[in-house]
Design a protein around this ligand. Structure first.
Ligand SMILES: *Cc1c(COP(=O)(O)O)cnc(C)c1O
Length: 420
């Protein structure tokens, strides 16, 4: 290391061995288990370095050139570089890098475009919508009149006719598209037409798939939407955080909503790390990565079907698949628990029209962002599908779970997370 810039693991170990030990055991967990949580990824050491930098100390309320604190010369440059990279990467007219998370970015969207009590039309939660799309326990459901649309029972695809009919009937101020567990592409052109028909703001919550857009592997919502919010830590592979892109006409409203609307000082170390991640996304290697993520997810979904489980909507166009596990005779919760004991990290997930409660569910969600970062290709996906299937069917037996875990370790040791 040439200069002190912040992260110093030896210093942490000396001062706080208790926490240092846990950071190392978390790394061991990452390296030994299969990481199939669709919303997780493994950021580069460069992103981690920016995250752990002294920029964490800096108060920078406001925006570059218009701060409420002195000493912002350097962080101003960082934020300007990040904004320029975001605009270039996504072809966006405006970018705000300050939201602390995806949920925070969404609070800012509501604040910029609506008033409490307004009607907002969003994807129903049991069909894959996010908490911030109107859950009764979330501010969105408490303060807004949320109407919802969902997927058809026949093919589990978004029902755009229902969406249009509902939009005409409820006249929403804003229509939200984007979800946490929808494996298919969304027709943004059609949603733009519906928004224009009813005079609604078009908001796309691209948290899950924005990394695939960044890698030019799927169509972008940016040309169509008034505003696009997202997290930076999912397929995009940046630091934990949020971001908002918008048309130039909404730039002032978006910036005011983020600060002073709902946040104080931005986390400038995270803003720097977002800039680092955006530079990575601009490289050809990232585009190859994004395409591989999708190829891997498609192969994994069809391999799971060959193992006798149904992929919701028949497969995927993205980085994730939603798998109906009822054919194995267990619930999503049991499947999740058994996979966990076998060294496979994924999550239980409701499937459309799920007969089970959200705490139990009939499905699991699997995603390929992390294993693809580790270098796995389509040839590893049938191996993973077989491990998942055996874990779900046999994982109740401790000896069998231990054997599956050994095989998981054999696979992950060939593709280590954060190789030395
Ligand atoms: C993950 C996600 C969010 C929330 O992001 P956090 O950073 O966890 O707050 C919001 N919307 C969608 C669609 C998501 O998938």
């Amino acid at each position: 290391m040439t200069e002190f810039y912040g992260p110093d693991f030896d210093a942490l170990s000396a001062q706080d061995p208790e926490i240092a030990k846990l950071l190392l055991s978390e790394l061991t967990r990452l390296r030994n288990n299969l990481q199939l949580i669709a919303s997780e990824n493994l950021t580069s050491p460069a992103v981690l370095a920016a995250m752990g930098s002294t920029l964490s100390n800096k108060y920078a309320e406001g925006y570059p050139g218009k701060r409420y604190y002195g000493g912002c010369e350097e962080v101003d440059k960082v934020e300007i570089i990040g904004i320029d990279r975001a605009k270039e990467l996504f072809g966006a007219e405006h970018a705000n890098l300050q939201p602390h998370s995806g949920a925070s970015a969404n609070v800012a969207v509501y604040l910029a475009f609506t008033k409490p009590g307004d009607t907002v039309l969003a994807m129903s939660l049991p069909h894959g919508g996010h908490l911030t799309h109107g859950s009764k326990v979330n501010f969105s459901g408490k303060w807004f009149n949320i109407e919802s649309y969902g997927v058809r029972s026949e093919d589990e695809l978004i029902d755009y006719d229902e969406l249009r009919e509902t939009a005409k009937r409820v006249k929403p101020k804003m229509i939200c598209s984007g979800a946490t567990a929808y494996p298919r592409l969304i027709d943004f052109k059609k949603i733009r037409e519906i928004c224009d028909e009813v005079g609604a703001i078009m908001w796309v919550d691209a948290a899950h798939f924005i990394g695939l857009v960044a890698g030019k592997a799927i169509p972008s919502p940016v040309p169509y939407a008034d505003v696009v919010s997202f997290t930076t830590h999912k397929v995009l592979r940046g630091p934990r955080g949020g971001m908002i892109l918008s048309k130039a006409e909404h730039a002032a409203a978006v910036d005011k909503a983020v600060f002073p609307g709902m946040q104080g000082g931005p986390v400038m170390s995270a803003v720097a790390a977002k800039a680092v991640a955006l530079k990575e996304c601009l490289q050809p290697a990232y585009q190859a990565y994004a395409k591989q993520v999708i190829e891997n997810a498609k192969t994994l979904a069809s391999a799971l079907e060959k193992e006798g489980m149904r992929a919701v909507s028949g497969g995927t166009d993205t980085h994730l698949a939603l798998i109906d596990v009822r054919s194995t005779g267990v619930t999503g919760k049991v499947a999740d628990d058994r996979c966990g004991k076998s060294g496979i990290t994924l999550n239980k997930n409701a499937i459309p029209y799920d007969p089970e409660t959200p705490a139990v569910t009939s499905g699991i969600r699997v995603g390929t962002p992390a294993v693809t970062t580790q270098g796995m290709k389509t040839s590893e996906m049938p191996v993973i599908a077989s491990l998942i299937s055996r874990a779900i069917r046999d994982g109740e037996d401790e000896a069998k779970a231990a054997e599956i875990k050994r095989e998981v370790n054999a696979l992950t040791s060939k593709f280590p997370a954060y190789p030395r």
